[in-house]
Design a binder for this molecule. Structure first.
Ligand SMILES: Nc1nc2c(ncn2[C@@H]2O[C@H](COP(=O)(O)OP(=O)(O)O)[C@@H](O)[C@H]2O)c(=O)[nH]1
Ligand SMILES: [Mg+2]
Length: 309
């Protein structure tokens, strides 16, 4: 892992490249085999490989069963390029923001928050060639954070919705026995919105309203297109690197008073929470520091993370 180097004024914020983590199943098996070897050496356990094989299968079966019914402990951070994912994670994990640079690899780090268990945070770059790597981690995700730049979403709505559609489709494609991850859509960079006559304290609400309205509209267009009502053209599927247009994807099913029209509140895949946020370059997260107000822009997100089941 490339640690942040706060002393270097132009240092980049990077996170450790994803590394194979020893899974609990492997650790459990190794400990079991070791324990048996010790016991056998002290002649407590009969000789022969069959006992090892049976115990090994039992442990594997236990973990496979467990995996299929519950989620892991990862926070999966996805969203279009330049939405602010890495800056946000820098604030959460390292309590400060430094200049970032576009990454072409999935990075991970450990997030410690007061009041909850440490979480592995996985930052998946939004570049079309690699963004689908989020699927490799979805089974292990406790929560998915979809980060949207609220200041540009009106312009980029179709492309953002196309990526979100992939995420929703992945969540609804999980086995029914698997607890789906909680999903939060982050209306980020709220500081860049012109709040006009609205009190400045409402910038987060404005960001949330904008992101929700644009994405709901675009996802509804996608749902209608899928059901044959309109063409998929112009719905964000046209990127050169986009080899898997979203036309065939499911995941937008809704049930409720709107009669199947896409509404976040009526999404069949589960509850979707919207949170407004922003971070400032060179800001430090000094929790409780009322003078600087450090970290105020991520406080609602932190509250949501701490309250996760
Ligand atoms: N104004 C503003 N800029 C932000 C915010 N969050 C991130 N940025 C800037 O947006 C740019 C892209 O951020 P980055 O974290 O690299 O985006 P990523 O591609 O989604 O990881 C950087 O120049 C950040 O400093 C924010 O809340 N407000
Ligand atoms: Mg990044």
């Amino acid at each position: 892992m490339d640690p942040i180097q706060p002393d270097k004024p132009t240092s980049e914020v990077t996170f450790a490249a994803s590394s194979p983590v020893l899974s609990p199943a492997i650790l459990a098996c190794a400990s079991l085999v070791l324990a048996l070897a010790i016991l056998r050496a002290s002649s407590f356990v009969p000789d022969g490989p069959s006992l090892y094989i049976r115990l090994f299968s039992l442990v594997i079966a236990f973990f496979l069963r467990r995996k299929s019914t519950s989620h892991g402990n990862a926070l999966l951070v996805v969203g279009p390029p330049d939405a602010g994912k890495t800056a946000l994670l820098s604030m959460l994990v390292y309590k400060q923001t430094l200049p970032t640079q576009a990454s072409m690899q999935t990075n991970s780090s450990i997030l410690f928050l007061d009041g909850c268990k440490p979480m592995t945070v996985i930052d998946v770059p939004g570049h079309p060639r690699i963004r689908d790597q989020f699927k490799e981690h979805i089974l292990n995700a406790k929560a998915v954070l979809f980060v949207v730049d609220a200041s540009t979403v009106s312009r980029n709505g179709p492309a953002v919705a196309e990526y979100l559609h992939r995420v929703l489709s992945s969540i609804t494609s999980l086995p029914p026995s698997h607890t789906p991850p909680s999903l939060v859509i982050l209306a980020h960079k709220a500081d860049l919105l012109k709040v006009g006559s609205v009190a400045s304290g409402d910038a987060y609400q404005l960001a949330v309203n904008r992101v929700r309205t644009v994405l709901e509209r675009e996802l509804e267009k996608r749902r209608a297109a899928k059901s044959g009502a309109v063409d998929m053209e112009g719905l964000g599927d046209g990127g050169a690197d986009n080899d898997d247009a979203g036309a065939g994807l499911g995941g937008l099913e809704c049930s409720g008073p709107s009669g199947g029209v896409f509404r976040f509140a009526e999404w069949e895949g589960g509850e979707i929470t919207f949170v407004g946020s922003n971070v400032k370059l060179w800001e430090r997260l000094d929790v409780g520091d009322e003078k600087t107000g450090g970290g105020k822009g991520v406080s609602s997100l932190v509250d949501w993370l701490v309250a996760l089941p």
